[in-house]
Write a protein that binds this ligand. Structure first.
Ligand code: SAH
Length: 199
């Protein structure tokens, strides 16, 4: 898994055998801040939810929340956390490149560290897939590794221009701000936070 060779589904299965570097056991502060600012509206989808912290955060605030991830072990962990915390959220094993199969639309989609997983071809499939579940006026909040992060370990770095280009048609990119991810490996990683509305 390098910038040139993005992680494959089996890489993710393998990584969830232990605690992944991104799985900090609580929401990323960048999304907690959005939630506390009241930016999450209506029904919420946590796309590529891993062990579910962002869906659980949204559900705890009273949103109808769904998390979807390819890795069954991650979804099992998310369901366990929901039960332990007595939070009502729905978790689904599935492919975020085929969100249309959920047969449902959402007012808000959260993406913490998923957009940067895909190569160019799958990135464009992912944006189409997102388009199938976000109704006009719905919002997509995405945090990804930034080109401001040095080195080439971990996921590919994403530029502001790539985010703008990806959402150039059918979406309105409201803002792209410097942000950070917390990880279990290094304290902080440079990220971008994008706010995008479906038009
Ligand atoms: N959002 C989570 C996990 C981020 S890591 C968090 O913040 O902790 C990226 C996640 O995307 C992993 O959980 C991985 O299993 C998932 N993923 C990667 N490709 C996927 C795909 N095609 N469909 C669904 N999930 C996918």
């Amino acid at each position: 898994m390098t910038a040139e060779n993005p992680a494959t589904p089996s890489d993710f299965e393998e990584i969830y055998r232990t605690t992944p570097p991104w799985d900090i056991g609580r929401p990323q502060p960048v999304f907690l801040a959005l939630a506390e600012a009241g930016e999450l509206r209506g029904t919420v989808l946590d796309s590529g939810c891993g062990t579910g912290e962002h869906a659980l955060m949204a559900a705890a605030l009273g949103h109808e929340a769904t998390g979807i991830d390819l890795v069954a072990a991650a979804i099992d962990a998310a369901r366990r956390k929901a039960a332990e915390r007595r939070i009502d959220a729905t978790f689904v094993v599935g492919d975020v490149l085929r969100l249309d199969v959920l047969g449902k639309q959402f007012d808000t989609v959260i993406d913490s560290g998923v957009f940067h997983v895909f190569d160019d071809a799958d990135r464009s499939r992912y944006v189409d897939s997102l388009g199938s579940v976000v109704a006009p006026g719905g919002r997509y909040f995405m945090a990804c590794f930034s080109d401001r992060q040095p080195g080439d370990w971990g996921p590919r770095r994403v530029t502001r221009g790539e985010i703008e280009a990806s959402f150039a048609h059918g979406w309105d990119v409201e803002s792209i701000e410097p942000a950070e991810f917390l990880t279990n490996l290094v304290p902080k990683v440079h990220a971008w936070l994008a706010r995008v509305t479906r038009v």
